[in-house]
Design a protein around this ligand. Structure first.
Ligand SMILES: *[C@@H]1O[C@H](CO)[C@@H](O)[C@H](O)[C@H]1NC(C)=O
Ligand SMILES: *[C@@H]1O[C@H](CO)[C@@H](O)[C@H](O)[C@H]1NC(C)=O
Ligand SMILES: *[C@@H]1O[C@H](CO)[C@@H](O)[C@H](O)[C@H]1NC(C)=O
Ligand SMILES: *[C@@H]1O[C@H](CO)[C@@H](O)[C@H](O)[C@H]1NC(C)=O
Ligand SMILES: *[C@@H]1O[C@H](CO)[C@@H](O)[C@H](O)[C@H]1NC(C)=O
Ligand SMILES: *[C@@H]1O[C@H](CO)[C@@H](O)[C@H](O)[C@H]1NC(C)=O
Ligand SMILES: *[C@@H]1O[C@H](CO)[C@@H](O)[C@H](O)[C@H]1NC(C)=O
Ligand SMILES: *[C@@H]1O[C@H](CO)[C@@H](O)[C@H](O)[C@H]1NC(C)=O
Ligand SMILES: *[C@@H]1O[C@H](CO)[C@@H](O)[C@H](O)[C@H]1NC(C)=O
Ligand SMILES: [Cu+2]
Length: 617
């Protein structure tokens, strides 16, 4: 009886204490100089860059008004790691759970948070957040299972000196046939270079590291200070002592660090790019950056510091709640990752031969407006979004096999997943998951929302379908997302139909002339796919685009800017495909493509100026 009263009291107290946090943000460009090397137009909130950290408590409501002041660009906002349980339409990714927000318009993100830990927010319109539209989102827990004196949020990222929209055109382009990712120019910690983080002796700090970058994974270590990992991606873990971290973009690690008991010395905080992810390493790119852990401003700053063993595997961690492995799955999804060219010459990324091509109307609109009879039929969601319809209260297993030699940090919206297999990388041949011959499953698998897939390796993930919604599953290397490395999980759409987005949600679509009813093609006849967005046609048989471009480049070399060859590592493809362009003319003739080749050369000439002038900057 007494117990019940106490429980009752606690429940209602926390109800009373739940707070609404209102934010009124206008996204607009300002000029900043994040690394102290070059000015750049970055996306600010209310002319402030870096955008603010958001801190709330578990149970609180967020009402965030986002005004698009970007003049010529659409925008959107995603809260990475939040489940949006019951509020799928607040998740943020354009074409998945909302329409893009047009310049001049305001959109309200309004949701409650029933989770704890380290999260972040970022634009989910292309790779736009790379220009700075991202920040930390921390949910405080009054029952944290560890103690500390002070908390510090520390973001890490890479910076491109050029603007995303300028780089992007050259990336997703047939003159970049290998799909080589643009190379960033610098590393940032707390959104600057040469950062100083202050420590006071004897204190214990909770450092929340968040990789808010869009491409490169980073190593992170602090000279002569041990890191005790206590949370990953919002999931508490058994305290785990580590000398350093390895963080893909999108991942978060909260670590306890106990300060020295004296102020005799200052220490180095070192970031290092995982340089295996870079196709070319320009001579002037620094791969490591040193920031400063300062106890005493009067003492000299630390020198560079180096550790030798960089081995690190998040798979070794154990969730604090010891949630057991989900025994078996009810439904299995296998996704094979391939990067390849289509007939338009562009290098795309594929799951099972499909490169994500956004629908005419956001997938959530299709799910909200289809009849009960049709809403669970994957066909209505289109043939180009990798749609998977999931039944409620099932265990879903997602197997991702990498047929590519790049690293891919996969992120799922709306859930954390158990990571039940995580292979090492393989040099030569892809090693897909074999259900009948695999490493033993962990008893208490780690759970997180972003996990790294190694070159030619595989991952196996399991989660329970207890959150109705349209959930994006994609590579968080946003260059790869732009190449189409995404799938859409349509989880319990019958229940999703009970969620009622506000009028604002529909108005935002109407403002762009996007249908607010219909299938992936925007047709009210749900099985008429006329007008659907589709990926480009494949290349003709026996024809490789790399070879074709190599031919065009070598024949008309003088016309083609050296800049792109260096920047995008085309040299490699020229060598790689030597044997192909030996008989290339024959192939071109057979496919009546000689004229096309001439056109490539002519276009290259037109582009020469842009490329060269950029190269000379
Ligand atoms: C948000 O800020 C803008 C510009 O400062 C102002 O016009 C608007 O009324 C504000 N909206 C809210 C809901 O506070
Ligand atoms: C960091 O240090 C480098 C080298 O001294 C300097 O070029 C750069 O401007 C500094 N950056 C900032 C943001 O202070
Ligand atoms: C913004 O979204 C609208 C609606 O889809 C689209 O027509 C327009 O091209 C987009 N604008 C930009 C700059 O991407
Ligand atoms: C946010 O959502 C809640 C719950 O639906 C609603 O009561 C509240 O009015 C909304 N806030 C605004 C500003 O619309
Ligand atoms: C990050 O930099 C800002 C100033 O730009 C500063 O106010 C903040 O304290 C820094 N964060 C940490 C963890 O030192
Ligand atoms: C720089 O980082 C790389 C990992 O990216 C590491 O191998 C190397 O040891 C680091 N160098 C220094 C000086 O810390
Ligand atoms: C992808 O295409 C290849 C070649 O056409 C084919 O062999 C393979 O079965 C396809 N894979 C899937 C999952 O459709
Ligand atoms: C969503 O909320 C329901 C209860 O309302 C709960 O059973 C379910 O576990 C939640 N899902 C997630 C992913 O938190
Ligand atoms: C399918 O939709 C298109 C475009 O809305 C329309 O023109 C066409 O007549 C429809 N086809 C059928 C068979 O209804
Ligand atoms: Cu990727």
């Amino acid at each position: 009886m007494l117990f019940q009263q106490v429980v009752g009291l606690v429940c209602c107290l926390s109800l009373v204490l739940a707070k609404t946090h209102t934010f009124n943000f206008t996204a607009s460009y300002i000029t900043a100089n994040p690394d102290g090397v070059k000015d750049k137009k970055v996306i600010s909130f209310n002319k402030q860059w870096p955008p603010p950290e958001i801190h709330i408590n578990k149970g609180d409501r967020v009402e965030l008004y986002l005004t698009n002041g970007l003049e010529t660009k659409n925008t959107s906002l995603h809260f990475h790691g939040l489940f949006q349980n019951g509020s799928n339409f607040m998740d943020g990714p354009e074409w998945v759970t909302q329409c893009p927000i047009q310049p001049g318009d305001t959109y309200l993100y309004n949701f409650t948070v029933d989770q704890v830990g380290s999260y972040w927010y970022h634009s989910h319109s292309g790779a736009q957040y790379g220009d700075g539209m991202r920040g930390a989102f921390i949910v405080h827990d009054d029952k944290e299972p560890f103690k500390y004196d002070e908390e510090k949020v520390i973001t890490i990222s890479e910076i491109y000196h050029d603007q995303y929209y300028d780089i992007f055109g050259e990336f997703l382009n047939r003159y970049n046939p290998t799909g080589a990712e643009p190379i960033p120019q610098n590393l940032l910690l707390n959104d600057t270079a040469n950062s100083t983080i202050y420590f006071e002796p004897k204190k214990t700090y909770l450092l929340r590291f968040i990789n808010v970058g869009l491409f490169v994974s980073q190593y992170l270590y602090i000279e002569d200070h041990e890191l005790t990992i206590v949370e990953i991606d919002g999931v508490y873990v058994e305290p785990f002592k580590a000398s350093h971290l390895y963080m893909t973009v999108g991942q978060r690690y909260a670590v306890l660090v106990t300060a020295k008991d004296h102020k005799d010395k200052n220490y180095a905080i070192v970031q290092g790019f995982d340089d295996t992810m870079l196709d070319v390493i320009p001579d002037d790119l620094r791969l490591n950056a040193t920031s400063y852990l300062v106890y005493d401003d009067e003492k000299p700053l630390p020198k560079e510091y180096k550790i030798n063993d960089l081995a690190f595997n998040d798979y070794d961690l154990t969730p604090l709640d010891k949630e057991e492995l989900y025994d078996d799955y009810d439904y299995q999804i296998t996704l094979d990752v391939v990067m390849d060219n289509l007939g338009d010459g562009v290098n795309y990324a594929f799951f099972n031969n499909i490169t994500y091509t956004h629908p005419v109307t956001p997938t959530i609109i299709t799910a909200l407006t289809a009849s009960k009879e049709h809403v669970t039929n994957p066909r209505i969601y289109g043939s180009n979004i990798n749609a998977f319809v999931l039944q409620p209260n099932e265990i879903v297993e997602v197997v991702v096999n990498n047929h590519d030699d790049g690293r891919h940090p996969f992120h799922l919206h709306g859930h954390t997943f158990q990571v039940i297999q995580k292979s090492k990388s393989f040099d030569d041949e892809p090693v897909p998951y074999d259900e009948n011959d695999h490493e033993p499953f962990p008893k208490y698998p780690i759970r997180r929302d972003t996990v790294n897939l190694e070159p030619n390796g595989h991952i196996v993930l399991r989660f329970k379908t207890d959150n109705p919604g349209i959930w994006f599953f994609h590579c968080h290397v946003d260059w790869h997302l732009e190449q189409g490395l995404a799938a859409v999980f349509i989880e319990d759409p019958l229940s999703l139909q009970n969620q009622k987005p506000p009028q604002d949600f529909y108005d935002n679509c109407i403002a762009s002339g996007i249908p607010i009813e219909g299938n992936a093609a925007g047709n009210k006849d749900f099985f008429n796919m006329t007008g659907e967005n589709l990926q480009s046609q494949p290349l003709p048989e026996g024809f490789t685009l790399k070879g074709y471009l190599a031919f065009a480049i070598s024949t008309f070399a003088g016309l083609y800017g050296l800049w792109s060859i260096i920047q995008y590592g085309l040299e490699d493809s020229v060598q790689y495909d030597e044997k192909i362009f030996n008989n290339l003319e024959k192939i071109l003739h057979e496919n009546n493509l000689i004229q096309e080749a001439d056109q490539v050369a002519a276009d290259a000439e037109v582009n020469e100026h842009t490329h060269l002038s950029r190269g000379e900057e």
